[in-house]
Design a protein around this ligand. Structure first.
Ligand code: HEM
Length: 131
């Protein structure tokens, strides 16, 4: 598994990644898999927790590990029924936000394609239920 390019963190920074993940969570909260996620008032806090992980994999400090220990992402997702269909909705929310991420979030255009590929392949690992 190739991690996203560290140039993402260098360009977008912690606050930028937090805003990007918040925007994706806002989309998830309106999506057909919204029921898996915390209610609207708790969505931002959940996004900020996830953002710590994204900061780390995008080349920033390992804040998620420091705070929560080993990522063990597949294990942490086990409690949610993630089918291939749900995965596609999740990736769709990310892709929709990434559509204008260069303009809105200052995302480095040269790293967009590989970041999308990372999400596409890593998310397949989270699928834990048959259709
Ligand atoms: C690239 C793939 C993915 C990454 C990097 C990722 C990352 C994360 C992280 C860091 C968390 C917080 C874990 C914690 O509580 O400590 C999380 C939670 C969660 N993820 Fe994912 N995830 C991925 C794919 C998915 C997919 C495909 C789904 C569902 C279709 C999903 C649904 C959830 C849900 C429901 C939670 C719990 C609510 C929350 O705290 O956000 N994730 N994810």
């Amino acid at each position: 598994m190739t991690l996203p390019n560290p140039g993402i963190y260098q360009t977008v920074g912690s606050q930028g990644i937090r805003e990007l993940v918040r925007a994706v969570y806002a989309r998830l909260g309106q999506s057909s898999i919204a029921g898996m996620f915390p209610p609207a008032e708790a969505l931002q806090a959940a996004a900020d927790k996830s953002a710590l992980f994204f900061i780390g994999i995008c080349g920033g400090p390992s804040l998620y590990e420091q705070k929560y220990g080993s990522p063990r992402m597949r294990m942490r997702h086990q409690g949610f029924a993630i089918t291939e269909e749900a995965r596609q909705v999740w990736v769709g929310c990310w892709n929709a936000e990434l559509e204008n991420a260069v303009e809105v979030h200052g995302f480095p255009a040269e790293h967009l394609a590989s970041f999308r590929e990372y999400l596409e392949s890593f998310s397949k690992w989270m699928v834990n239920r048959p259709v």
